[in-house]
Ligand binder design. Structure first.
Ligand code: B12
Ligand code: SF4
Length: 514
């Protein structure tokens, strides 16, 4: 039989359905080309891999972030036993290119973007001469490949994901994006983004997550600073990036009215009413805003001085809602300045700021971040190893033994923080609170859908991530699977194979004139 290419998205928990498509899987599928037939795609957040599909001589590409690296290594070792060529990529492999060789039976590791380099890697493997490490680099916005959506399994995902920009100019201490993806925004060509979205809407996807690092890479303040510094070249560059964002939103606005986009954005967009209005017209009805902390001290802890605290914070968050953009506020617990009252105060602020959704995550020193470096150099290095694994390599500790929190807190115990965090989820997603918030939509059916989605979100992200007790995790995964199945239909629209858009016409004309 002809050797095949497999691409695997590892996961410790399979829900049977998933909220968002793992975009890398479908982008790498496009990068594979068709010379070796269509690649076989496995997303373990749906179903576990079946190793019997792997034949000797096949290529198995595994994408890992820090949280799923250990499962990825397990898959790699088993794939190698089947006689396959094993290749790793993704943010974790980019940060630690030696690790997959040591623990995951890697033949090769790709650092950076896979779009351009992947075919070379596959060809080298099939020729039995893979290199130890390949540098995929940071490809330009024009070179980002559109995903192979024709390979999507039907009815398994609620949201598709399309990327419009990579890189973020900020430098938050808990985030590795600005270091791995760079601080210079790489924006994709507008027509290419729209063509992918039209393809997805034709398939029936109404809900699309814009898998961007930061949808608002140029702030009004950046423009003012460039003007003040009398830096015309920089000013021109920034204005061009901003104009491109508006051009994209103008095209998104021409899509059917039933479409809903969701993105990730910094809070500064709240000061830019023209941008927020353009987002609303573009059907971008939701955005994850990294609020992180509700006090000035907390913001200083995470180098996020550009956020506001207290009542000013409430006013900024409400501005999104006033302009028709619902906010999923993201908060971090376990910061050095947090105290026992922080949990209640954060939920109270989230409610006052009229957030539609919220997530409360535990401070985790992810590698590649400033926080990690500081932590590893200080307390992390002194902590007792678990199962012989130093805590500074926490991702290599088996999931059931892995602590949920790593950073020692000056006044609270790990358990205090875990319980406080669980309490924040419980309070924000209690039945009465969710029912009250469901007023954001009108019909009874939509309100019920809102309730289901809120509960699903909570089961998937809170209980499976924070609970220390494995029975509770398993129960939550079961509930999420059940709610997920019930929700799935709510998200799909009527397929629109006839859908047209000016961006698609331009593409067709381009093809005819070639
Ligand atoms: C969209 C997104 C999400 C979405 C959707 C996730 C999904 N299902 O796809 C949501 C909101 C659900 C999410 C959740 C989380 N996310 Co997230 N997410 C992102 C984001 C912004 C974009 C990812 C994306 O789709 N990019 C587009 C694709 C095409 O790019 P890519 O994945 O980088 O893949 C390219 C290369 O890496 C490479 N590549 C990737 N895999 C492979 C494999 C092979 C074989 C090869 C050759 C190449 C290759 O080629 C690809 C094409 O160029 C990234 C930021 C980032 N810059 O990566 C964070 C990011 C991946 N998330 C992160 C985190 C921490 C999380 C959460 C843990 C947050 C939380 N506390 O709950 C959860 C974990 C969820 C989970 N269990 O997976 C971190 C990971 C850090 C780390 N060291 O691992 C990132 C980097 C953001 C950050 N702030 O640091 N996330
Ligand atoms: S957390 Fe968000 S704003 Fe901060 S550097 Fe990362 S992507 Fe940029």
């Amino acid at each position: 039989m002809r050797p095949r290419v497999h691409l695997v998205n590892p996961s410790n928990v399979s829900f049977g359905v998933a909220v968002i498509t793992p975009r890398w899987l479908y982008v790498l599928a496009a990068a594979t080309g068709t010379e070796w037939g269509d690649p076989i795609l496995v997303d373990e957040s749906l179903d576990l891999i079946d190793f019997s599909t792997i034949q000797p001589g096949d290529v198995v590409g595994i994408g890992i972030h820090t949280g799923n690296a250990l499962r990825g290594y397990d898959i790699g070792r088993q794939a190698q036993e089947q006689g396959a060529w094993v290749v790793y990529g993704g943010i974790h492999a980019t940060l630690f290119p030696d690790e997959p060789h040591r623990y995951g039976a890697a033949h090769a590791v790709v650092r950076g973007d896979g779009d351009v380099i992947w075919q070379t890697v596959v060809r080298d493997c099939f020729a039995s001469r893979p290199q130890r490490v390949y540098e995929g680099g940071r490809v330009t916005g024009e070179d980002f490949l559109p995903a192979r959506w024709d390979l999507l399994p039907a009815g398994r995902y609620m949201w598709a994901s399309v990327q419009t920009v990579r890189g973020c100019p900020k430098h938050c201490s808990f985030c590795s994006v600005w270091r791995t993806d760079g601080q210079e925004p790489r924006q994709r060509t507008v027509d290419r983004v729209i063509r992918e979205i039209v393809e997805l809407r034709r398939l029936g996807f109404r809900f699309i997550a814009l898998a961007d690092d930061n949808f608002y890479p140029v702030t009004l303040d950046d423009l003012a600073q460039a003007k003040r510094r009398s830096d015309p070249a920089r000013l021109h560059e920034l204005e061009a990036l901003r104009a491109e964002r508006f051009a994209l939103m103008a095209q998104l606005a021409q899509l059917p009215d039933d479409m809903v986009f969701y993105t990730q954005i910094t809070m500064e967009a709240a000061e830019d009413p023209a941008f927020l209005d353009a987002m609303h017209r573009a059907h971008i009805h939701g955005a994850l805003v990294g609020v992180e902390a509700v006090t000035k001290e907390g913001l200083k802890d995470v180098y996020k001085g550009f956020n506001l605290a207290g009542d000013e914070l409430v006013a900024r968050l409400r501005a999104f809602r006033r302009h028709g953009v619902h906010v999923l506020g993201s908060f971090i617990f376990g910061l050095p300045s947090d105290r026992s009252g922080t949990f209640e105060a954060t939920v109270a602020l989230a409610e006052k700021a009229q957030l539609t959704f919220a997530q409360f995550v535990l401070l985790t020193p992810f590698p590649g971040t400033l926080d990690f470096e500081k932590w590893a150099a200080n307390e992390g290095g002194q902590a007792e190893p678990i199962d012989g694994v130093p805590i500074t390599q926490h991702w290599l500790i088996p999931a059931e033994k892995r602590p949920n929190l790593f950073t020692r807190h000056p006044t609270m115990s790990f358990e205090d923080i875990r319980v406080g965090t669980q309490g924040a989820w419980d309070r924000f997603y209690s039945w009465p609170a969710v029912w009250k918030r469901s007023r954001v939509v009108e019909s009874l059916k939509a309100r019920l859908a809102f309730v289901l989605v809120s509960k699903l979100y909570r089961q998937m992200y809170a209980n499976t991530g924070i609970a220390t007790d494995s029975a509770r995790v398993a129960r939550s995964a079961r509930r999420a699977r059940w709610i997920g199945r019930a929700c799935r239909r709510l998200f799909m629209g009527r397929p629109m194979p006839e859908l047209q858009h000016p961006a698609c016409e331009t593409a067709a004309l381009g093809l005819m004139s070639r």
